[in-house]
Design a protein around this ligand. Structure first.
Ligand code: GLC
Length: 435
């Protein structure tokens, strides 16, 4: 059995190891190589902007409000009359993303509410055919491209509006119609907007992968966009995992991306004031980079397209830090040094970056470092840092009392080999008091 390259990409997307015949296995190496090729930019990028925008942004009570407040579908649909954002609102988002050091964007083209921001021949419940009168996905794609950012589409499989969105689980005719609708819309999205870099499926309720025809779905996606990457939320493994609101690395080198809100809501929620500090955001980005993952960080613009001021303030501060420190994030390698009560670490080759978030004054210390340090400097100023190293620890000396950089100060520590830390050695071999 010869697998064509196409079948094979389909398998890849499906991650269908069960279907791996001998011929398939021979192709697996090619598949891995292709995935590596498609994902290279994404691994280097590390940091993206998630955008949740839809009718829920007009309502301002969170993107789940339609279900959570049990709003009748006709009442909810009235929001489409008020969703008339200013033209090209996405330009300001893309500019902010760029300034923040984010390399790609992922926008909700259709969330669970079922309202499409793109022009679809399958429904009139879409921005161009409602009060808005414009294709908001088009505006978004143009805005992201204008800033040199990669473009991702979020698309919710679950649909609270479509007549077959729930009964498809019980009724085969409904399932057929609904799956044709979903596949048809994905085809539209990946046909009408040029090159798309990421397809970000979400919530596959109420069907299983067979019901969604997820393998066929991925096959179509790769046929239309041979360079694209897809996530795992159509219930197939896809190219990367999507830990949500927590940072947990995948095992076995599988790619992963943590997605996270800036407050507690993805879609605009007027009263949600639980904002993360710029320091927390920078620390999260560092943790993702340390463990070889990406960080997709959300904004929820208002119905008019404007970005909440707090979000602008936070991302601007993150961007200022990135101006001085992004070299420690982009294209970083997984880092095995991780223990410190006031700092965290990233790595590039033999250079260890110590990111100090609670500046202790002098000295700054790394315990249990197994590699000899050759030189050290403060990254932002380039100023060399004196140090002393023995088998237990390395101490960085003569440092200022006040943190030299905010919200996190980075020391660039050049080592003789890959920096590795052994805390067990510290616990067992640090001399005890003499008996
Ligand atoms: C969840 C939520 C959704 C949000 C998404 C982002 O699945 O249902 O509102 O869009 O996660 O990861």
């Amino acid at each position: 059995m010869e697998l064509s390259r196409r079948d094979y990409l389909g398998l890849l997307g499906a991650g269908a190891s069960a279907a791996m015949t001998a011929a398939g296995a021979a192709g697996a190496a090619e598949g891995d190589a292709d995935r590596e090729r498609r994902m290279r930019w994404w691994h280097e990028a590390r940091f993206g902007m998630f955008v949740h925008w839809g009718l829920y942004s007009v309502r301002g009570r969170h993107e789940w409000a339609m279900e959570n407040e049990a709003v009748p579908v006709d009442e909810y649909a009235q929001l489409a009359r008020r969703f008339t954002p200013k033209p090209n609102a996405a330009r300001a988002w893309a500019k902010l993303a760029k300034q923040a050091g984010q390399k790609y964007m992922v926008m909700t083209t259709k969330h669970h509410e079922g309202f499409c921001l793109f022009n679809s021949k399958y429904t009139s419940y879409c921005a161009p055919k409602q009060a808005c009168g414009r294709d908001l996905v088009r505006e978004y794609v143009d805005a992201a491209r204008a800033e040199g950012l990669r473009v991702g589409f979020y698309y919710s499989l679950m649909d609270w509006h479509h007549p077959d969105g729930a009964r498809c689980a019980q009724d085969e005719a409904a399932r057929r119609r609904f799956v044709d609708y979903i596949h048809g819309q994905i085809r539209e999205l990946l046909t009408n907007y040029g090159k798309i870099d990421i397809l970000w499926y979400d919530v596959a309720w109420p069907l299983d992968p067979a019901g969604w025809e997820s393998e066929k779905m991925n096959r179509m996606v790769f046929q239309l966009q041979p360079d694209i990457i897809v996530n795992n939320r159509n219930k197939l493994p896809g190219d990367f995992s999507t830990p949500e609101q927590h940072i947990t690395a995948e095992k076995g080198g599988r790619a992963w991306e943590t997605c996270m809100t800036m407050n507690d809501s993805w879609g605009y929620q007027r009263a949600d004031d639980d904002w993360k500090s710029p320091k927390t955001v920078v620390r999260n980005l560092i943790t993702c980079s340390r463990d070889g993952g990406n960080f997709l960080f959300n904004i929820g613009p208002r119905g008019d397209g404007s970005i909440p001021e707090e979000s602008v303030r936070i991302l601007t501060a993150v961007g200022q830090w990135m101006d001085r420190n992004s070299s420690t994030i982009y294209g970083s390698d997984p880092c095995r040094v991780r223990t410190s009560v006031y700092s965290n670490f990233t790595r590039k080759g033999n250079t260890l970056y110590q990111h100090v978030h609670f500046w202790p004054g002098s000295p700054v210390i790394v315990a249990g470092l197994q590699t000899r340090v050759k030189s050290a400097r403060l990254l932002a100023s380039g100023q060399p840092v004196k140090f002393q190293q023995d088998h237990l620890r390395v101490q960085f000396l003569n440092l200022p009392e006040k943190a030299p950089d905010e919200p996190v100060t980075t020391l660039a520590i050049e080592c003789e080999g890959e920096p590795v830390q052994d805390m067990n050695m510290v616990r067992t071999q640090r001399k005890r008091e003499r008996a």
